[in-house]
Design a protein around this ligand. Structure first.
Ligand code: NAD
Ligand code: MG
Length: 286
């Protein structure tokens, strides 16, 4: 848990699991499923790696069939499929760019066709580019954050909604940065806060259909996003990530998965419009 992370960088976003040193943990060997999601069908964007893979493996251990959407990391997607199937449930990997509405429509269609329906949507695919100064952010870079992190959540949710019945759940991965801000992540923090507005307003709208909408706000977690975003400008920052949290370390994706299970399952049947903070103890408003 408290492993040392050496300085490192991945020159390209999205990053890949294979290059992480040390490897990340996505589910604890002693995490015991109890059928909380038996028979449910989930679609997780960015489910190939990191937090999305953790959600996928926990859902599968709890009995759900799981589809994942990924941008281009075929090896990570194939490994996640293998790991889901090893839990004894169905898996489907779909390649595509979540910032295109037609991709989201097709991903939902493929999921419904292959898994027989859809009950859980996890909007989790995201990009994060570092800029120490606002004037360094190009139009294209600002727009890319909005396209993937905001539009992607909207397109996927809109595509999924006609298929969701009473008892379904939507879970949006936001970030501690939506609450605490981050001086090098103005564009990213803007999108992560927008995702919270989306979560709250949609929760109110869907309450009458008994569809719950919640968010998870992770703190620093050991995923390919870290070396692929912070690494190129500051490999040491990757090594130091999380040391300033009250618990004094970066979190593992395996520490995120159970929060997604809670929000996806009937355990959270009276919870909607809320945010769960899994961030090493940082106390933030909201
Ligand atoms: P990750 O790199 O493992 O996951 C991000 C995924 O997004 C990738 O697997 C990639 O396939 C997908 N993606 C990116 N652009 C896409 C696009 N255009 N179309 C489809 N898929 C696309 O990293 P992660 O840290 O697990 O990130 C998952 C989520 O967690 C993100 O929303 C991120 O903002 C959020 N988050 C991460 C941390 C952290 O410390 N790692 C902290 C707070 C929030
Ligand atoms: Mg990935």
């Amino acid at each position: 848990m408290g492993q040392t992370i050496p300085p490192q960088s991945q020159g390209h976003q999205p990053g890949v699991e294979r290059l992480l040193e040390p490897q990340a943990r996505h589910i604890r060997a002693d995490y015991r499923g109890s059928g909380k999601l038996k028979g449910r069908r989930a679609l997780i964007t960015g489910g190939d790696s990191g937090i999305g893979r953790a959600a996928a493996l926990h859902f599968a251990r709890e009995g759900a069939d799981v589809a994942i959407l990924y941008l281009e990391e075929k090896e990570d997607a194939q490994e996640t499929v293998r790991l889901i199937e090893a839990e004894g449930t169905k898996a489907l990997a779909i390649q595509g760019d979540v910032s295109k509405s037609e991709v989201c429509d097709k991903a939902v269609e493929a999921t419904v066709r292959t898994l027989g329906g859809l009950d859980i949507v996890v909007n989790n695919a995201g990009v994060q580019y570092i800029s120490e100064d606002l004037t360094d952010i190009s139009d294209a870079m600002w727009q890319r954050h909005m396209d993937v992190n905001i539009n992607g959540y909207f397109y996927m949710t809109r595509a999924a909604l006609p298929h969701l019945a009473e008892g379904s759940a939507i879970i949006n991965t936001s970030s501690v940065n939506a609450f605490a801000g981050n001086k090098a992540l103005v564009a990213y923090s803007t999108t992560k806060a927008a995702e919270l507005g989306f979560t709250r307003a949609l929760a109110l709208q869907l309450a009458k259909r008994k569809i719950r909408v919640n968010a998870v706000a992770p703190g620093p977690i050991w995923t390919p996003l870290q070396p692929a975003s912070w690494g190129p400008s500051d490999p040491q920052a990757v090594a130091d990530m999380g040391k300033d949290t009250p618990l004094g370390r970066i979190g593992q994706p395996s520490e995120m998965g159970p929060a997604y299970v809670y929000l996806a399952s009937d355990d959270a049947s009276y919870v909607t419009g809320q945010t769960i903070h899994v961030n090493g103890g940082m106390i933030v408003n909201g």
